[in-house]
Design a protein around this ligand. Structure first.
Ligand SMILES: *Cc1c(COP(=O)(O)O)cnc(C)c1O
Length: 459
């Protein structure tokens, strides 16, 4: 017995040493890192699954939940995000680009484990045969793509699983009401030939994230009405969908009546609400999974009135210290998050993106000062760096879970506000050259899943 315990203890000690070495290596390779907490991802999915499983009507089944992992898992990493979502109870994964769906299957996430839907295809160029072979569900929203899918399935001798995309008012992909009769005819023809299985009917919402704007609530109501009409037309054509899905994160959280058989949250998995108008992460029991941090470059003192960065958009208001944060717009730090503080006649005061800096007087939020450059930006330390104990090499946090003002930690929403965009763009925009590191893999994932990850990325 005692040997077992000591073996386990020494194994976990050596494991901790490996993880620490991975972290140290990452810092020596690049001066900024994305750190993803796999436990937060797993728990967010659990929260979403629990939310759609409550308040069911008698006899109603809980809807299934798709983890949307497009755009490299919203910048968090495709495979780790997918595995954490599955650990949290997702039974579907979704990607816009087919190559990401294929990557999931190639990583060993096979069809006995979950369904995968992909939706951004192009009739002449998408490798439909590969998708069908890999048991990937395919969205069809045009006659051309339907023909191409059927052609590939016929050649393979294996029916394609299709989800009929309908345009209920978003104006992006999908059949419009006017074009739907022709589509139904073609769908019937291919279904009776046995080259397609009509699995799903789906659509996407335009303004579900603005429950505070009556005009947008009405627009969503109209989309829902349209969705039901499409379902009716499919049923009348003998093509009743088994699985209807319409809800993104916003509707998953706020519109219980349209969860149908499946919901498709993306941003909620990563721990954010779709729009700050809906509240924040805590409102929904979600936790941001991503931290973006960097190690300071040169720290120095400068005099009052010193121009900072291109365009002299920031002139130091006082004698102060400045520090280099070695991430720039090539890393996805948006130039629109530059900070202006121009003195005198041309005075413009616009704070730049926030950065959490530890000082010996506690943590402070400082801001991008002057224009963001390609590889770096500058922060005004607002004081004497030596006195504050701020040094070259210190790790600073651009955003993280946002552990409250006391902890002075900004979130991706704060960066979105500074840059005039949404948290989605902040997270997906982080450059590929910034290493992604993962916490809590051993707590959250099966060892067979850990084997699917780059071992050196685990910390
Ligand atoms: C991105 C996307 C989602 C997820 O949207 P969130 O707002 O991130 O929840 C769902 N469905 C489709 C079609 C999407 O493109």
């Amino acid at each position: 017995m005692s040997t077992d315990v000591s073996n386990t203890a020494s194994r976990s000690a050596s494991n901790a040493a490996i993880l620490a070495a991975n972290y140290a290596r990452a810092l020596s390779v690049y001066p900024g890192q994305v750190i993803v907490d796999l436990k937060a991802l797993r728990d967010n999915m659990r929260t979403l699954v629990a939310r759609v499983s409550r308040d069911l009507q008698p006899g109603q089944h809980a809807p299934e939940v798709m983890g949307v992992v497009k755009a490299d898992g919203y910048g968090h990493g495709l495979i780790p995000s997918a595995l954490a979502a599955l650990a949290g109870g997702a039974t579907w994964l979704g990607t816009a680009q087919p190559y990401e769906a294929l990557r999931l299957r190639a990583a060993g996430i096979d069809s006995s484990r979950c369904h995968i839907l992909t939706w951004l295809t192009s009739a002449p160029t998408t490798r439909f045969a590969d998708l069908i072979t890999a048991n990937i569900d395919i969205s069809v929203g045009s006659i051309d793509s339907l023909d191409a899918v059927a052609f590939a399935a016929r050649a393979l001798g294996k029916p394609a699983r299709v989800h009929v995309k309908v345009d209920t008012g978003f104006g992006r992909n999908g059949f419009t009401p006017a074009g739907f009769s022709a589509a139904l005819e073609r769908l019937q023809q291919y279904a009776s030939e046995g080259v397609i299985d009509v699995i799903g009917q789906w659509s996407h919402l335009a303004v579900a994230d603005s429950p505070d704007v009556p005009e947008f609530v009405e627009a969503t109501d109209r989309q829902i009405q349209q969705f039901h009409e499409f379902t009716k037309r499919m049923s009348e054509a003998g093509l009743a969908p088994q699985i209807r899905h319409l809800a993104n994160t916003a509707a998953t959280l706020n519109r219980p009546e349209i969860r149908f058989e499946l919901v498709r949250p993306g941003i909620g998995l990563y721990g954010y609400e779709p729009d700050p108008a809906m509240g924040d992460s805590q409102t929904y029991g979600l936790q941001p999974a991503m931290t973006l941090q960097a190690q300071l470059g040169t720290v120095k003192t400068v005099e009052e009135g010193h121009g900072i960065s291109y365009g002299r958009t920031y002139l130091t208001p006082h004698n102060t210290s400045t520090a280099i944060v070695p991430l720039g717009y090539a890393d996805g730090i948006m130039r629109s998050a530059s900070g202006f503080d121009m003195q005198g006649a041309r005075h413009i005061d616009k704070p730049g993106g926030p950065v959490r800096v530890e000082t010996n007087k506690g943590a402070r939020v400082l801001n991008v000062s002057g224009r963001v450059c390609m590889d770096q930006f500058i922060i005004d330390v607002k004081g004497d760096a030596a006195e504050l104990g701020v040094r070259e090499g210190d790790t600073v946090t651009l955003f993280g879970p946002g552990r409250g003002l006391e902890f002075a930690e900004p979130t991706a929403d704060d960066w979105a506000k500074a840059a005039g965009t949404i948290s989605y763009e902040i997270m997906t925009g982080i450059g590929a050259r910034v290493p992604r590191l993962y916490r809590n893999a051993y707590e959250v994932l099966f060892s067979s899943d850990i084997a699917k990850l780059d071992e050196k990325s685990l910390i």
